[in-house]
Ligand binder design. Structure first.
Ligand code: 3PG
Length: 186
């Protein structure tokens, strides 16, 4: 199995704003504000009832070169719904072989989450090479990523969790970090 072209998507966005909307009316002004800061993507998390409507609202804006991702994906049903909405990328906080077939079948770029070496090995077994490192601040942050770079030289990460304006640049300077994500951008 081949992980979809998530590296291509992430290479266009060194920072990914992670947003939990409660109201679809908030989507357009938030995206406008992000674009005014030069940010051309958003990850909308599935953490409340309004989440899918908010993703739909973001996609309906049809902004050229703006990527709408869906985050906190934890089930096959969510992957199928996200696929129907034609999201630009999908993010999961964890990794599970039960989601692999649905992710691959979707044809949409996706990034599973890992925190430990065993999870990275599971991801490699599934044929994947690009992971969200979450929650980065609680699982060793920059020190862990430096160790993972020695142990898993072919793996690239998008750390999220506890990253801030003050720390994000230090993460981005690591050779195995392609992008960083977080709510500090909103
Ligand atoms: C995520 O899902 O990536 C996190 O909720 C973002 O973490 P943060 O809110 O600590 O930036």
């Amino acid at each position: 199995m081949i992980q979809n072209n998530i590296r291509k998507v992430l290479s266009k966005h060194n920072v990914i704003p992670v947003v939990s909307f409660k109201d679809p009316n908030d989507v357009e002004p938030t995206i406008k504000s992000l674009r005014s800061k030069g940010i051309q993507c958003i990850e909308i998390t599935l953490r409340n009832e309004a989440a899918f409507d908010c993703v739909k609202a973001a996609k309906e804006l049809k902004i050229a070169d703006f990527h709408v991702g869906i985050g906190t994906v934890v089930s096959v049903a969510q992957i199928e719904r996200a696929t129907d909405l034609n999201v630009d990328f999908m993010v999961s906080p964890g990794i599970h072989s039960g989601l692999a077939a649905a992710f691959e079948k979707s044809g949409i770029a996706f990034i599973p989450g890992i925190a430990t070496p065993s999870e990275i090995i599971l991801g490699k077994q599934l044929g994947w090479d690009t992971f969200k490192f979450f929650p980065a601040n609680l699982f060793g942050g920059i020190k862990a990523l430096k160790t993972y770079s020695n142990v898993f030289p072919d793996i690239v990460f998008c750390p999220t969790g506890g990253i801030s304006e003050a720390t994000h640049q230090d993460y981005l300077e690591l050779p195995n970090v392609i992008s960083v994500g977080g709510s500090w951008l909103i």
